[in-house]
Ligand binder design. Structure first.
Ligand code: GLN
Length: 532
């Protein structure tokens, strides 16, 4: 097993994830089996209870793990499915160690960060890599060198290097090269400091990836190489690019894969990036523009809906068009009492969400799309609220609502899942992960091209079976059901160009070469809407 450890210096948000996934993709294109582990040094056990406003989208994996959105990037770049063990958090590690201590596994010992916590981290990384049966495991260490939280993890990756052997573990350090002054000079000092800090922890970087506005000048690259004591070719430029998908191609031009292969004693193979290059061309070329509104609650932090954004891009690439997103803040829509903000869009997405704030705004969006024949895709909350809207305005059940929003209302058309009654803990207790869905005749079935599909879930509420007959009689059909047949998974509105919603989250399984069929259907319908 070979490991590539990616650390970050100077400040966070530099694109360690993109660095790690690009390196992984290039090795994958060279024929190696690659997997990824993301380390998050926070005390939450998982990302499930975190506010998307602070951390961005909560990504859900096949096994139901609720994880950091970086894991979504890995799944999309490496076109693979990862599991809970690929996201290691401080909370998860401590929980396990404390459970072991209570169980008596360390009987007689004083349980400490070193060696016990660090041991647990090293074993966690090794197990994830081994279970994925990978040749190479890319490990991204969240946070920045020098953070107190990341210290045990730094020690763990150092130990990993020691145990697995120098020839099997390499370190890639991503840092910022700021440009300052009137002449726009690239500065290496922050990088020098962070490399020194890393060295002080016993880690010698093998490659430095320098993030800057522009390509690093030759002088600057040579200077970094000198201070970090690495060859010049081990300093890689990562200038700003239009899309993150260009980064692997930039790394390839600079010989990054050969650098890794040499350092890790792998056979030099030429990565075949033709497919990836085609995808990048298609994504950058654009074509006709369609505009899709995303009505959400955390739209000022765009990463809150990153899987939808990426999926829409992929759908655009497949259909040869450019999808522009109009971000609509649901509480604003609600407060304004008008749908004016939506005018002119060719399609609407109401994504997943929780709670009362903005819910009425989302319902207004669903109604507007339904009444004006505008293509609509509802996901999870957007599926439930489309049902609420229909019950209110078509069935005439004025006070219809979701029990999540109005627990004592007369018409809970969306109700708590029976198995959720009495559940009090909030962490990892929803209906999560991949479940089978039977798809009945309709648009969704045509788009998927199959009648059995598997999609990922994250919800506590569902369509109340007592209302289904009445709703269907008025033309809203539930064309997707779980394997028992009693749980509704997809809805479609008859006589509308495209009004489709799902209880599951199709955006999580989207890949650059295979966008979610329901998003693809939406963009296709949006193109038709524009032409009409
Ligand atoms: N709040 C809704 C539920 O718990 C929808 C969840 C979601 O959109 N992910 O069922």
């Amino acid at each position: 097993m070979k490991y590539i450890i990616v650390t970050g210096g100077v400040l966070s948000g530099l694109g360690k994830g993109v660095t790690a996934s690009s390196a992984g993709l290039l090795l994958q294109c060279a024929g190696y089996k690659v997997t990824a582990v993301k380390i998050d040094p926070y005390l939450n056990v998982d990302a499930g209870t975190m506010n998307p406003y602070e951390h961005g989208e909560v990504f859900v994996m096949t096994d139901g793990a609720e994880v950091d959105l970086d894991l979504g990037n890995y799944e999309r770049f490496l076109r693979c499915n990862l599991t809970a063990e690929h996201n290691i958090t401080t909370g998860k590690v401590y929980k396990k160690v404390i459970e072991k201590e209570r169980h008596g596994d360390y009987l007689g010992q004083t349980v400490q960060i070193i060696p016990h916590i660090v041991r647990e981290i090293v074993d966690g990384v090794k197990n994830a890599a081994k279970n994925a049966k990978a040749d190479v495991c890319v490990v991204e260490l969240g946070g920045t060198v020098g953070d107190i939280e990341s210290m045990p993890f730094m020690e763990a990756v150092r130990l990993l290097g020691r145990e697995e052997g120098r020839e099997n573990v390499m370190f890639v350090h991503t840092t910022l090269i700021p440009v300052v002054g009137a002449v726009g000079e690239q500065k290496t000092k922050p990088t020098q400091h962070s490399v020194k800090e890393l060295q002080g922890l016993g880690i010698r970087p093998d490659v430095i990836v320098g993030r800057s506005d522009e390509v690093l000048s030759e002088d600057i690259a040579a200077k970094i190489a000198f201070f970090a004591d690495i060859p010049r070719e081990a300093v890689i430029s990562a200038p700003d690019v239009k899309t993150i998908y260009e980064v692997p191609l930039l790394f390839l031009e600079q010989g990054f894969p050969q650098l890794i292969e040499k350092r890790l004693g792998l056979k030099t193979k030429k990565p075949d990036v033709k497919q990836w290059r085609d995808f990048v061309d298609r994504i950058s070329n654009g074509g006709e523009e369609v505009e899709i509104a995303i009505i959400g609650k955390y739209t000022s932090l765009k990463d809150s809906y990153i899987s939808h954004e990426e999926t829409l891009r992929y759908a655009g690439a497949v259909l040869g068009c450019k999808v522009k997103i109009r971000w609509i803040e649901a509480p604003d829509l609600e407060d304004s009492g008008s749908t004016k903000q939506l005018e002119g869009v060719n399609g609407v997405i109401v994504p997943g969400g929780f709670g009362n704030r903005g819910a009425e705004g989302k319902i207004m969006g669903a109604r507007w799309a339904r009444e004006n024949q505008i293509p609509y895709l509802g996901v999870c909350f957007g599926f439930q609220l489309a049902t609420v809207e229909f019950a209110r305005n078509v069935l005439g059940l004025e006070k219809a609502n979701s029990a999540e929003l109005d627990p004592d209302g007369p018409h809970p058309v969306v109700d708590i899942l029976p198995e959720q009654e009495g559940v009090v803990d909030m962490g990892a207790t929803m209906r999560l992960g991949e479940h089978e869905i039977k798809v009945l005749d309709g648009k969704a079935k045509k788009l998927y091209g199959k009648d059995i599909i598997f999609e990922r879930h994250r919800h506590r509420y569902e369509i109340n079976p007592n209302y289904i007959e009445r709703i269907e009689a008025k033309g809203m059909k539930y064309t997707g059901r779980d394997s028992s047949g009693r749980r509704m998974e997809i809805l479609e509105l008859e006589g509308h160009p495209y009004f489709v919603a799902s209880q599951f989250h199709p955006e999580f399984k989207s890949r650059p070469d295979a966008p979610s069929p329901l998003h693809l259907g939406l963009v296709k319908a949006a193109l038709d809407n524009k032409k009409a």
